[in-house]
Write a protein that binds this ligand. Structure first.
Ligand code: GDD
Ligand code: MN
Length: 362
């Protein structure tokens, strides 16, 4: 087979019906190039991995890394690239929404010395196909935020899941990449410590024919986490920052409810306080599940168990809060905000540490 010049990494989850069509499309697009496909499948229930293996029996250049008990788009791409020994590696979705006919042009850019070539929907004659206004809006907003982070290596489409890079760049960044999440391209661009030679090739996002999208609301949380990690992650764990941000939202909910019930409706302070606390804990649990732990959210009955546990943990966490702030306020005579803040900080660290071990343990 000779030296493979290009590995095409294809992350898949429940893409059974897309396997043979995408291989056929790649074969015709990459005619004359020495290439291979590396599918990375997370043990899809629909038997995607088995389907690839069947094709692989006849075709030497079709491989699959079958991961058991794992999930995640970024880690799938990274591990697929680790399996490759080719000079260039492309990442493309397994559902044919990316335009594989652009691969030869991307390869040409790589041969001419690019560090990375990005398939973009937002330049040249690229496009988002049949997306609705909401999705276009969200994508544009994410693009804007993404570029905010990428001071050195800006691109018209940092959220793209379609790109090609060389082994040199991969070796430089692979240890710095966050393995949970979806935003692998943004992560690569942000993790490179130098100005890269970035090239772009435009394409139009196609409509999915078989199967369905796996990206949901948790993409938002995932994206926010990456932004935090790449901006202040060197100094504090991104998860803790997210947890505190969510906590602030919970605190606002608490104060609003307390104000409404006690001040406006004249309900007893203790009763109002209990209701406000309960709602705040609910809020914190819900948003932490989407944002802080968006890559491994609790679902179904596990969510119920997690919620009960979270209530207990927060309840215990309230004790040092009250004790410490009272001590600082009455004994040391500290200003009320400082005393209250110190109590809250201890509670936040307790809640975060214990809940990450017990509620959202992997
Ligand atoms: N191995 C593995 N594990 N593959 C996964 C997983 C996972 O947990 N989740 C999704 N995939 C695969 C899908 O099977 C598909 O081949 C590809 O990753 C993209 O997933 P989709 O669910 O089709 O994503 P999308 O079409 O909604 O989003 C696309 O557009 C985004 C930009 O708006 C993707 O290209 C994203 O990467 C891109 O950011
Ligand atoms: Mn898709």
């Amino acid at each position: 087979m000779g030296n493979v010049e290009l590995s095409v990494i294809i992350p898949t989850y429940n893409e059974h019906d897309n396997v043979r069509p995408i291989i056929a499309k790649l074969e015709s697009a990459l005619e004359g190039i020495n290439w291979e496909a590396i599918f990375v499948d997370d043990d899809s229930p629909d038997g995607t991995a088995k389907e690839v293996k069947e094709v692989g029996i006849e075709k030497q250049n079709i491989k699959v890394l079958h991961r058991i008990g794992r999930r995640g788009l970024s880690s799938a791409c990274i591990e697929g690239m680790h399996l490759s020994t080719a000079k260039y590696m492309a990442v493309i979705d397994g559902d044919m929404q990316h335009d594989e006919t652009r691969l030869p042009e991307m390869l040409e850019c790589m041969r001419e010395g690019a560090d990375i070539v990005i398939g973009t929907r937002y330049a040249g004659d690229g496009g988002t196909g049949d997306w609705d206004v909401a999705r276009i809006g969200m994508s544009k907003f994410a693009t804007f935020l993404g570029n905010f982070l990428l001071r050195k290596n800006k691109t018209s489409d940092p959220m793209s899941g379609f790109f090609m890079l060389g082994r040199g760049l991969f070796d430089e960044v692979n240890k710095k990449l966050a393995s949970d999440g979806f935003k692998i391209l943004l992560d690569i661009l942000a993790s490179a410590g130098r100005k890269l030679n970035v090239k772009e090739v435009s394409y139009t996002f196609r409509t999915r024919e078989f199967g369905e999208s796996k990206l949901s609301l948790s993409v938002l949380g995932d994206f926010a986490m990456l932004l935090i990690d790449k901006s202040v992650g060197k100094f504090v764990p991104a998860r803790l920052v997210m947890f505190v941000l969510v906590g602030l939202v919970g605190l606002m909910a608490h104060l609003i409810i307390l104000g409404l019930f006690n001040r406006l409706f004249g309900i007893d302070f203790t009763v109002s306080q209990i209701i406000a606390t309960t709602v705040a804990i609910f809020c914190n649990f819900y948003f932490n599940n989407i944002f802080t732990y968006g890559s491994t959210p609790l679902k179904g009955w596990r969510m119920g168990v997690g919620l009960v546990l979270f209530f207990f943990i927060c309840g215990i966490g309230a004790i040092p809060n009250v004790l410490l702030s009272q001590y600082l306020y009455f004994t040391d005579g500290l200003y009320w905000m400082v005393a209250g803040g110190a109590g809250l900080a201890v509670t936040a660290i307790w809640n975060y540490t214990i809940s990450s071990k017990l509620v959202w343990r992997k």
